[in-house]
Design a protein around this ligand. Sequence first.
Ligand code: SF4
Length: 200
Amino acid sequence: MPFFYMCTNKNCTRRNADSQRVYDFLEANGWTFTEDVPRADLIVVCTCAATDNTESDSLYNIGRMLQKKSETAKMIITGCLPKINPEKLGELGNFLTVNPRSLEEFDGLVNHHVSIGNIFDRGEILVPDFVRPTDSLLVRLVRLAKECTSNPRALKLAAKRALARAQRAREMAITMVMPGRAPIINPVTTPRMMARKTCQ
Ligand code: SF4
């Protein structure tokens, strides 16, 4: 009996619905979900790259799966990162990818008797939260510290992100106190977000 593991992105309704459809597709074809990543024969990582934070989370999830998976496990990257920032993804390796707008590509990558085209799109994710791994704050801080000591550019990026988050928190606080006041657009993240291709 083949086992699979899925890692969804945490913030996108559309991609979460895709993840549910892929999950249903795999189960319909005799695959069984496992929480034990090294045991999985197939790992599907659904990514997002709408912002620096979501892109960073996606890259981190891929890196973590690479560390944990068995040597023989197949790994498929779906979601928006492969299209939005293929260069960043390429820094981690060469992966099988599936465009979220062409989920039928899964048919060509996974042995099946039920096509993903016959799997109902529920429009939401129902699978348990354990397919969305999150790290504790401590683990994240240690990772950040390691990145920053070995890479000055990462330190600069982390500082920019911290500044952007602080600005967002400040805006939220002000908006709560003064509900009629229009929020100020974040000057740090907006140019980067606007430069990105639109969400798919
Ligand atoms: S880039 Fe947009 S559509 Fe794609 S996963 Fe992120 S939020 Fe969703």
